[in-house]
Design a protein around this ligand. Structure first.
Ligand SMILES: Nc1ncnc2c1ncn2[C@@H]1O[C@H](COP(=O)(O)OP(=O)(O)OP(=O)(O)O)[C@@H](O)[C@H]1O
Length: 258
């Protein structure tokens, strides 16, 4: 693994990323840099390439050009599971827990090195690693942190949509992720819970986790994020503090034009 000496100020640098789907250029030379211990937001009109860029960074798509540097290492084209082991994880817009398993079991299965990490592995307690107790302690403390502790023995299928999102965050934390990528973490949740989820991300940021998120509900998200990138037609058209970016005429035009 090469350390290419990128500034340690940034946990992630995605440089001149290109991604094509047939004749369509979804991401056209976009560069984003994410500072450690920040919540960095990616905005832009529908179809501007945000999710594609996130998927390239998280290893779900191989880029047609550009580089992804995570923690000083060139991880361009690495698959998601390798990035997961390095400490970068992506949650999905629609969280997908194992519905019949309990909340606690769902969190435990996200632990790195746990036999359940391979989906084919049996779930019998006897097959768990000796460090099971330690993992259970860690899972409980994470459930406490995300406010789901009272539901630990409930099947995940019984959680509300907002609680599912919290469970997804808990699972990503259990994996030991230092950087979390999220596509619309507050989509479809009521405003109270949306604020709670973002306040929770702020708390985790203050504990050292870095977030790179896509969100359309700017009225709520802008209050909590540290830095914003705006995309249009596959390119980054503006970056800066939230208030600067939302008042930038180029950004406003991109939404109106879209
Ligand atoms: N798997 C795919 N195959 C073909 N085209 C795709 C694929 N994924 C995305 N696209 C196209 O690439 C462009 C960028 O899409 P992308 O989903 O990245 O935009 P977005 O900014 O995330 O949009 P939204 O805000 O609506 O989620 C769009 O024109 C989209 O139709």
């Amino acid at each position: 693994m090469t350390n290419i000496g990128y500034s340690s100020e940034y946990i992630l640098v995605a440089e001149r990323i290109k991604k094509r789907f047939g004749g369509l250029i979804a991401v056209d030379g976009a560069t984003v840099k994410v500072r450690r211990k920040t919540i960095t937001l990616l905005i832009g009109p529908n179809g501007s390439g945000k999710t594609t860029l996130l998927n390239v960074i998280a290893g779900f798509y191989k880029p047609d050009g550009g580089k992804v540097i995570f923690d000083g290492k060139d991880v361009t084209g690495w698959p998601p599971h390798k990035l997961y082991h390095l400490g970068m994880a992506r949650t999905f817009q629609v969280p997908q827990p194992f519905y019949k398993l309990t909340v606690l079991e769902n969190v435990l299965l996200a632990a790195r090195g746990h036999p359940g990490e391979s989906f084919a592995a049996p779930l019998q307690r006897s097959k768990w690693l000796p460090r099971e107790e330690e993992l259970v302690d860690k899972a409980f403390s994470i459930l406490k942190l995300v406010g789901l502790i009272h539901l630990w023995d409930q099947p995940a299928g019984q959680l509300s949509g907002g609680q599912m999102k919290l469970l997804e965050i808990a699972r990503v934390l259990m994996s030991g992720a230092r950087m979390i990528l999220m596509d619309e973490p507050i989509a479809g949740v009521n405003p109270t819970l949306a604020h709670e989820i973002l306040q929770f991300l702020v708390k985790l940021r203050d504990q050292g986790i870095t977030f790179f998120i896509i969100e359309h509900r700017l009225d709520i998200a802008m209050q909590y994020v540290d830095y914003v990138y705006a995309m249009a037609r596959g390119r980054v058209i503006a970056e800066g503090k939230p208030e600067e970016v939302v008042s930038n005429p180029v950004v406003i035009d991109s939404y109106l034009g879209g």
